[in-house]
Design a protein around this ligand. Structure first.
Ligand SMILES: C[S@@+](CC[C@H](N)C(=O)[O-])C[C@H]1O[C@@H](n2cnc3c(N)ncnc32)[C@H](O)[C@@H]1O
Length: 277
């Protein structure tokens, strides 16, 4: 199996739209009444969910009317949030065709199809013209991509001069080995967790100026503690949550990642950088 097929299989499985509709029904909502806000608890597939996205976008300096690209857009939560909160146009691209299909459907439900579109494809070869975006975001995607230099160069290509790029990935902070599965990988063959200097070297080789770096481990530890408290208090999982995307092994995947962050082996790290004008 190629790496792409392995990743599509890892992220595939199950009828996501049916699962989300069932979750909405449990909240007395339907596809007609689903909002970007309500969907935020299931469609932001990264540590800290919508809060982390809001933080990243504020630090990136997103402004109304910008044309943005969301690299590895998953089922489109970040892209819809950017369009609804900042009135931006957003193009998402993702390797997993089932995620792209779900992203389009959820975008239609929320009435945002005019401003948000999704393409199926690789972040290493995006179907976008040079310099077509004012800004780019990438949340929890680099862990699946071995060649950070090629990735950074491709992102730089699609950004206009002066455009900014906000990245939020899980990075390696020690040599400790990881326990699998984790949310981004069934096993070590599809996991390419690199350290911050590797990211910085790749970004700088692609011409980016790194403006700010923030380790979000403590935010992540609080997020997981709150998640544990909620599930201890609740009879079952919330109707809409990341478990719908993560599947039956959701608790193990999240547990392995949370333990590794708590132990300081890995960390969710934000990097804001700029392509010089
Ligand atoms: C953990 S999910 C994060 C999704 C989304 N960014 C979010 O935060 O909700 C990782 C995503 O990266 C996508 N991905 C992995 N490798 C990719 C590649 N080479 N090109 C495009 N997308 C990729 C996966 O299909 C998956 O949707």
């Amino acid at each position: 199996m190629s790496m792409t097929e392995e990743l599509v299989e890892h992220y595939g499985g199950g009828d996501l739209i049916a699962a989300i509709e069932a979750g909405l029904a449990a909240l007395s909502l339907t596809r007609a009444t689903a909002s970007v806000e309500v969907l935020g608890s299931v469609d932001e597939f990264h540590v800290g969910g919508r809060t982390a996205t809001t933080d990243l976008c504020e630090r990136l300096g997103v402004e109304p009317g910008m044309a943005l690209v969301d690299i590895g857009s998953g089922i489109g939560g970040t892209a819809r949030f950017l369009a609804s909160k900042f009135r931006c146009t957003v193009a998402g691209i993702d390797l997993a065709p089932n995620y792209v299909a779900a992203a389009r459907e959820l975008t239609a439900w929320t009435g945002l199809s005019e401003s948000v579109r999704f393409e199926s494809g690789s972040a290493l070869e995006m179907p976008f013209d040079d310099g077509s975006f004012d800004g780019a975001v990438q949340l929890h995607v680099g862990m699946n991509i071995e060649d950070k230099h090629a990735l950074s160069a491709e992102i730089s290509r699609v950004l206009r001069p002066g455009g900014r790029f906000g990245l939020y990935d899980i990075m390696r902070t020690s040599d400790a080995s990881l326990d699998f599965p984790v949310p981004w990988a069934t096993d070590g063959s599809m996991s390419f967790v690199d350290d911050l200097p590797t990211y910085q070297a790749a970004l700088e080789a692609a011409g980016f100026e790194v403006e700010a770096v923030r380790d979000r481990s403590s935010f992540a530890n609080d997020f997981f503690a709150a998640m544990r408290e909620r599930s201890a208090a609740a009879i079952g999982p919330a109707p809409l949550g990341l478990h719908l995307i993560l599947g039956p092994a959701a608790a193990v995947k999240i547990g392995n990642m949370a333990s590794a962050i708590a132990a300081g082996a890995i960390a969710p790290i934000e990097v804001i950088c700029r392509k010089p004008a």
